[in-house]
Design a protein around this ligand. Structure first.
Ligand code: TPP
Ligand code: MG
Length: 347
């Protein structure tokens, strides 16, 4: 059952909000171009960790990023490049982390996707399987103890993560404590190669909201306008003190689990169904229909995204890898707090 609540300040009709739509679309586009670049760098052997893409999930992720404000907290997972960029993560952070530059937020140690800027509200992920929800709860508790109000925390996860104990414990805790948590689940039909029919027996994951005593909302994750409205409204409600919100988006992962996975197991019928629509293409069609962008503008935005990505990669390829003899190997957050060093500085 999907509950509906009185709207405190709805994102309203998206057709009257072109600036928000365009901002989200450009974050989606930049994420798609950057993800494609990460994939080709991985194939060229330049990235030693795994590369995980958000292809097909950019609308949902970007809708989170544009709805967040300074002071909020976001725990992005492996398919949230669009949301990270929309919530002001510098493009260099992802490039430096994957390519192992010492100037990156992880000082070149990760070579993967576990980066963050906790001081700016973007948490570094531990695991894709629900571990971050409790971490967001912890930040929200800390803010409560400091009497900070009017902020929210957003955690994301996939359909597979909803089967874990971490998900249950964190959702239950957030509900009991009425934390301003927005839990966004991307039901992308597979957890690695496990289809949802082998993952859960309820009609929709949104039905779980009733069990936790929190409101739940469903959204078509291929539709940016719908994502902006549903995710945006959930964030508005949590910010207004209405407690945790569950949003479940329906979409399809348009890639393998990671670049090492050719996704042979994805049902071809799903690919040709409504779930398999490419959200980026759909957003471009919408922009044209609304006359918010013509073909020339779309081409210009794409060219700008490509240049941003190429510049970032060229910059990072000239940067140094970690030196094992000078690296302290101390915990990054502790080192930063203790030394006040500037490794995480924006540039
Ligand atoms: C405890 C644990 N078990 C297994 C894994 C490996 N693993 C990482 S992501 C993943 C599947 C996640 O599926 P889902 O939650 O649907 O997210 P999606 O990848 O579809 O975005 C698995 C099995 C892990 N990281 N941690
Ligand atoms: Mg999944």
């Amino acid at each position: 059952m999907v509950q509906s609540l009185v709207e405190p300040q709805s994102v309203a009709d998206i057709s009257s909000a072109p600036a928000l739509y365009v901002k989200a679309y450009r974050a989606m586009l930049l994420a798609r171009v950057l993800d494609d670049k990460f994939a080709s760098l991985w194939r060229a052997g330049k990235i030693h960790g795994g590369v995980f893409l958000g292809r097909g999930q950019e609308a949902l992720s970007a809708a989170i990023g544009v709805a967040l404000r300074e002071g909020d907290v976001f725990a992005p997972l492996i398919r949230d490049l669009a949301g990270r960029l929309a919530f002001n993560e510098p493009i260099l952070d992802g490039v430096r982390t994957y390519l192992g530059s010492t100037l990156g937020p992880m000082r070149g140690r990760d070579g993967n996707v576990h980066r963050g800027r906790p001081g700016e509200g973007q948490l570094a992920m531990i695991s894709h399987l629900g571990a971050m929800i409790s971490v967001v709860n912890g930040v929200l508790f800390a803010r409560r103890m400091k009497h900070i109000t009017g902020m929210v925390g957003v955690a994301t996860c996939g359909d597979g993560a909803t089967s874990t104990g971490s998900f249950h414990e964190a959702l239950n805790q957030a509900a009991v404590e009425k934390l301003p948590l927005v839990m966004v689940v991307a039901d992308n039909q597979y957890a690695y190669s496990t289809p949802t029919a082998q993952q859960f027996a309820c009609r929709s994951l949104v039905d779980r909201a009733v069990g936790y005593g929190i409101p739940g909302y469903e959204v078509d994750g291929t539709d940016l306008a719908a994502c902006l409205r549903v995710v945006g409204d959930a964030i508005v409600r949590a910010r207004a003190g209405q407690g945790p919100q569950l949003v479940v988006a329906h979409l399809l992962r348009l890639c393998g689990h990671g670049e090492h996975d050719d996704a042979y197991y994805i049902d071809p019928q799903l690919k040709s169904s409504a779930l398999g629509v490419d959200c980026l293409k759909r957003a471009e069609d919408f922009l044209r229909q609304q006359s918010w962008a013509d073909a020339g503008t779309l081409a210009q935005w794409r060219s700008e995204a490509v240049h941003q990505v190429e510049d970032a990669v060229a910059t990072v390829q000239r940067e140094p890898p970690p030196d094992p003899f000078t690296e302290t190997w101390s915990v990054l957050a502790t080192a930063r707090l203790a030394e006040g060093n500037e490794v995480n500085a924006r540039s």
